[in-house]
Design a protein around this ligand. Structure first.
Ligand code: GDP
Length: 450
């Protein structure tokens, strides 16, 4: 069960809310000698929602100064452990500086919060509820813990946040299994235009000393793939390579015309986790190369660019600079995509290909913790707030990673359909930088809070 922390200054009605949510099902009283109440937890129900409600102490409840730090730490710990915070204010009293202090504790940890403007019986406290907008924690709910007002709105606000928190963990847990399993082969495809040097490259890689070719760990080839083990610096990587060359050998029987159709490339891309796009240093970034690169990224695969026939290039430094600049310009979807300049024919820099492949593979499996993401989100939206549409500001309330391979994020956002593409790019690039996930495709989905 997810935890939901009830946070707020003293006397705003936290305990009343706690009792209302937990009822008589109080499961656990967490108190230690010398402290009357550090925090209480109990299994709560709200409609069909089940969660653990955690009541936190208000700082002023600390009997003496020395305990204040401890109380604060307890509150911070409760917030850290919770999926969602219910931030309670007293709507009749309006916002006080102490409310701001508590709001800060929540914001600092980037937890999604629902603001409950409590004691709003009848029309009392409506002004306070409106005032609570200024906390920047989303739409406050005019609430009465004592009379049960606002429970349905609380349900509506809490349900998607709990679902996100839970779905989030489940999805990631499922996928986590085995991604760095030393027995699970890393699937790679080498794609590129005809004559880029694909078969030469594959043969060169297979002939390399870092490829284990002992009796047990030898190279096996079937119609579609070649399997071998690459001896990396930290560990061995079993590899399954999509064998375009093998396919072509068969096709050759039928026709001497060698064409890598987009359909062939697509098949290879779908097979692969990491795609190495092989370019000819003489004509890099032809239209077909860009089409394939775009396809790789749209299919959500990790991309490495290998620039072949580097032995024929004269001013290598200048050429490398140009090609890097071109890549950044032509493939803005994959900033920082690894580029390896090599010669399949002479073997030059061949040993740089697999490390680049493994690096993007690891990034492709990147996982970012929800609190870190939300801390980043808060800073990013503060630095550069989402635009206002027809007078109302779009609010991005919460973000979580729901998938890896490629990293996929869901942001809960008011008027999600109206968020401009430029702002979405700002967010994606921000995630890349903040969490060091260059090059691999990153998906960001926007979801309206229900
Ligand atoms: P594929 O169609 O992409 O599989 O390309 P191939 O591997 O058949 O190579 C096409 C031609 O390019 C052959 O004549 C290769 O010898 C040549 N080639 C491949 N790699 C290199 C390289 O690194 N340097 C040079 N100079 N030629 C290469």
């Amino acid at each position: 069960l997810s935890k939901v922390a009830i946070v707020g200054r003293p006397n705003v009605g936290k305990s009343t809310l706690f009792n209302r949510l937990v009822g008589r099902r109080l499961a656990l009283v967490d108190d230690e000698p010398g402290v009357t109440r550090d925090r209480r937890e109990g299994e709560a129900r709200l409609g069909d929602l089940r969660f653990v409600a955690v009541d936190t102490p208000g700082l002023e409840e600390a009997p003496e100064k020395a305990l204040e730090g401890r109380m604060r730490r307890q509150t911070e710990k409760a917030i850290a452990e919770s999926a969602v915070c219910l931030f309670v204010i007293d709507a009749r009293a309006g916002l006080t500086p102490l409310d701001e202090t508590f709001a800060d504790l929540i914001r600092r940890q980037g937890k999604p919060a629902i603001v409950l403007a409590n004691k709003a019986e009848g029309t009392a406290g409506e002004a306070g509820a409106v005032e609570a907008w200024s906390l920047g924690m989303g739409e406050p709910i005019a609430f009465s813990a004592e009379h049960g007002r606002g429970m349905d709105e609380l349900y509506a606000a809490l349900e998607p946040l709990l679902a996100a928190a839970e779905g989030d963990d489940e999805t990631l847990a499922d996928e986590e299994e085995g991604w760095d399993d030393p027995l699970k082969p890393l699937r790679i495809a080498v794609v590129g235009r005809p004559n880029a040097g694909k078969s030469t490259l594959v043969n060169r890689v297979l002939g390399e000393e870092r490829v284990l070719a002992g009796p047990e760990a030898g190279i096996t080839r079937d119609a579609v793939s070649v399997e071998w083990t690459w001896r990396g610096p930290d560990r061995d990587w079993p590899v399954k390579l999509y064998d375009t060359a093998g396919l072509r050998r068969k096709a050759k029987v039928v026709s001497k015309l060698e064409k890598l159709s987009v359909a062939d490339a697509l098949r290879a891309i779908r097979f692969a986790e990491v795609v190495a796009l092989l370019l000819d240093a003489g004509q890099p970034f032809e239209k077909q190369d860009l089409q394939i690169a775009d396809l790789v990224l749209r299919e959500g695969r990790a991309l490495v660019i290998a620039v072949n026939k580097w032995d024929l290039v004269e001013d290598k430094d200048a050429r490398a600079r140009d090609i890097r600049a071109e890549a950044e310009r032509l493939l803005p979807q994959a900033p920082g995509v690894p580029i390896v300049f090599l010669s399949a024919l002479t073997g030059r820099n061949i040993d740089r290909l697999m490390p680049a492949v493994v690096k993007v593979y690891v990034d492709w499996n990147a996982r970012v913790k929800t609190p870190d993401l939300n801390e980043w989100l808060r800073a990013a939206t503060e630095r550069h707030p989402p635009p206002a549409v027809s007078g109302r500001r779009i609010r991005i309330k919460y973000i979580a990673q729901v998938k890896t391979r490629p990293p996929t994020f869901v942001a809960h956002c008011t008027r999600a359909d109206e968020l401009p593409a430029s702002y979405r790019r700002y967010l994606v690039n921000g995630i890349r930088e903040a969490f060091d996930i260059p090059a691999v495709p990153i998906r960001l989905m926007l979801k309206k809070p229900e």
